[in-house]
Design a protein around this ligand. Structure first.
Ligand SMILES: Cc1cc2nc3c(=O)[nH]c(=O)nc-3n(C[C@H](O)[C@H](O)[C@H](O)COP(=O)(O)OP(=O)(O)OC[C@H]3O[C@@H](n4cnc5c(N)ncnc54)[C@H](O)[C@@H]3O)c2cc1C
Length: 106
């Protein structure tokens, strides 16, 4: 089988028994325009990596906080997330309490 990288035009041929395509893992975060800190691959930093503070426990309300106060990131777009459906849904449910606290000015 031969595959070609469209950007560089580089082709590679190998004998393969099966193929698993892993597509769509690039974060779409350019629109943030630098408002929230990103890692070197464009994923949104949260928790200690975003704020420069100490790493908190998994239940820390700041775990999902970005460098922009009141803005949170969950799921695949978040740096260091697990990149699985269940974890994205779980982070989404966890972050709601942080959103409520932020709206109350806590
Ligand atoms: C090929 C492949 C196979 C996978 N297989 C598995 C698996 O077997 N098991 C598993 O648990 N996980 C799997 N995953 C991972 C799983 O799909 C993700 O972890 C999960 O979908 C993450 O959910 P999310 O809501 O964070 O992001 P997404 O599901 O990517 O949702 C983000 C949404 O935001 C939209 N969006 C992006 N930019 C903007 C914008 N500027 N404005 C408005 N909307 C925007 C996108 O169109 C998208 O609908 C797989 C992923 C891929 C790519």
């Amino acid at each position: 089988m031969t595959w070609t990288e469209r950007g560089s035009g580089r082709s590679e041929t190998r004998r393969v028994a099966g193929v698993f395509l892993m597509l769509g893992a690039a974060p779409n975060t350019e629109w943030l325009g630098g408002a929230a800190a990103l890692d070197d691959r464009g994923f949104v930093l949260t928790g200690a990596r975003a704020t420069g503070g100490e790493a908190g426990a998994a239940s820390s309300p700041q775990l999902l906080a970005t460098s922009l106060p009141g803005v949170f990131a969950v799921g695949d777009v978040r740096a260091d997330s697990v990149k699985r459906v269940a974890s994205a849904v779980g982070e989404g449910s966890i972050v709601i309490s942080s959103v409520h606290h932020a709206l109350q000015g806590d």
